[in-house]
Design a protein around this ligand. Structure first.
Ligand SMILES: CC(C)(COP(=O)(O)OP(=O)(O)OC[C@H]1O[C@@H](n2cnc3c(N)ncnc32)[C@H](O)[C@@H]1OP(=O)(O)O)[C@@H](O)C(=O)NCCC(=O)NCCS
Length: 203
């Protein structure tokens, strides 16, 4: 655990990090994955948070990555409340479940707070995120616009009290929606991998 560092991603890391993302997500939520292309596209978007585009290195090897995007809660009273969202967050398969994801997540949450984010929203597994301050978002008054009852839509307050009295909806930033044909095309530049339909996948 001692020899890791967390630093900003540089252009020289892009392909390595996209491949890491692909390896981390492959066949986890669907046959194959989209997340490496999401990341590839996001870096050029205005809502991409460059300061929070972070890689984790262990003994000089990149084993983790996370990216953040600016997002918003649409308050029922019409206000737009800026927050942030993050992901993909990836740990290389052979390093999963050794605590590195938690370290990277918590470090990035601290940095997001320093950059002024009052709260973070994410669709994800409460088993992992619940240990780092996330709760089911609808219990704090923020509903996932496409699925208001969703238990997988989570939120964490970074600034104490930020969510007090809030009632509103959240929609993922446009950068998270990608054309599956474009993903297939993009994927041909990576080493061949077999897409498998596995139990537990969401899509
Ligand atoms: C999710 C991910 C980033 C977590 O990183 P990690 O280093 O493997 O996680 P940690 O070792 O820090 O996990 C800490 C705890 O979170 C929980 N946890 C971690 N991954 C989990 C998962 N997939 N499902 C449920 N709980 C999980 C466990 O309780 C774990 O503790 P334990 O191993 O003692 O049981 C990593 O596994 C990954 O890259 N997964 C594939 C991509 C992905 O799903 N990203 C998140 C999308 S929302």
């Amino acid at each position: 655990m001692q020899n890791y560092i967390i630093r900003n991603e540089t252009p020289a890391d892009y392909r390595t990090v996209e491949n890491l993302t692909r390896e981390a997500f492959w066949n986890v939520y669907r046959p194959g994955c989209l997340e490496h292309y999401v990341l590839h596209q996001f870096r050029d978007r205005p809502d991409f948070v460059r300061e929070l585009d972070l890689v984790m290195e262990l003994n000089g090897e990149i084993i983790g990555h996370v990216m953040y995007a600016r997002s918003a809660i649409k308050h029922d009273d019409g206000r737009i409340i800026p927050i942030m969202t993050f992901g993909p967050i990836s740990i290389a398969p052979k390093f999963k479940r050794r605590g590195y994801g938690t370290i990277l997540l918590r470090y990035s949450m601290e940095k997001a707070k320093e950059l002024g984010a009052g709260a973070l929203a994410i669709t994800g597994n409460i088993g992992f995120y619940g240990k780092s301050g996330f709760v089911v978002s609808k219990t704090r008054g923020v509903r996932y616009e496409d699925d208001p009852d969703a238990d997988y839509f989570l939120i964490a307050e970074l600034e104490p009290g930020f969510l007090e009295g809030i009632s509103g909806t959240y929609k993922d930033p446009d950068g998270y929606f990608v054309d599956e044909k474009a993903v297939e095309e993009f994927d041909t530049a990576f080493p061949p991998k077999e897409k498998l339909k596995l139990p537990g996948q969401l899509f």
